[in-house]
Design a protein around this ligand. Sequence first.
Ligand SMILES: *Cc1c(COP(=O)(O)O)cnc(C)c1O
Length: 394
Amino acid sequence: MAGSSGPAFVRAERLRVLPPYLFAAIDRKKSELRRQGIDLVDLGIGDPDIQTAPHIVRALQQAAEKPENHRYPAYEGMLSFRTAAAGWFKQRFGVPLDPRTELLSLIGSKEGIGHMVLAFCNPGDVVLATEPGYPVYKIGTIFSGGAIHELPLHEKNKFLPDLSSVPAAVLKKAKMFFFNYPNNPTGAVTDIGFMEEAVAFCRKHGIILCHDAAYTEVVFDGYRAPSVLQVPGAKDVAIEFHSLSKTYCMTGWRIGFAVGNPDLIAGLGAIKTNLDSGIFQAVQEAGIAALTGDQTHISKNNAVVQDRRDLLVAALRKSGWEATPARGTYYLWVRTPGGLSSVECVDRVMSETGVVITPGTGFGKSGEGYVRFSLTAPTSAIAEAARRLARVRF
Ligand SMILES: *Cc1c(COP(=O)(O)O)cnc(C)c1O
């Protein structure tokens, strides 16, 4: 084995304490089924199969030709990109932003979320985060030496957290609060009422409000997602993370932005100045083309995903599941049939149909009893999954 006679390089404690990688067991099962000749339909990961719009790709091509874009970008992003993002935000949510102080470009919002915790959380601080949820809130906290306090999302509470459940002793140490609507993995959406409640809670307890807004544009049935910054006074306590990944089918491009309180933006920026050197400027120019160009492809893409959702919901219901169509995100979060555990259910679905899905417990302990179906496979693949699922009685 390579390196077997060299020194043992033990990973840092912060890596060793991470929860096990969610997809490792599923990857093993996938290879096993492939070896048996089973043709898999992968509805495991949420990564859009729909291509980035051609005008965005052309903007990248043209920008890549310009030598001035080959040099280091400004860490906080080109002012032209930040101005375009502020313009998009004003048009979409009606909230004006100063692109110099209230907006920061990000190498994808995952980067911003992870670095945000590093910027504001000291060892001993508590970070509140909704659970099941995007793993980065917790991992960023572990990397920062903070402690996570999870707020469970239950179906009976419309997958909204109960803010009154946080014990006083926890509140005293709480530094930040992460939540995300439209929500990955539950597909839950909310209205401005919950945002108002969250802002009031964070103002009262002096907590930094961090809203992960990756899916505000991936919505169905006429639903419109709010921004937390639409709440009066939110800018005193809040930062919101936006991403071009899902809105414009640009996951591979790595571009997003944070908006909100200038001190929070500056703190996050201070981490970034020291750790990264910003986004390739040609990608920022493509981002400008995305944010300022034709937006009609967004609703067209949403219509495609909505059809896939309806196909899958109908098939699941036929085969005895209680599936509810989500009004946002790429995900169907469905209670397992027959009281199966999440892992048992994934195992049976994969073995009996070759459809790959994710166990709810991969996103947190309150995900037990649920599985997640992703709608980012081609419609023909979703239709095939629907056919196979409808044939099995659970
Ligand atoms: C996809 C996703 C993100 C981040 O995506 P980036 O590509 O890093 O911008 C953030 N939060 C949630 C919940 C997501 O699903």
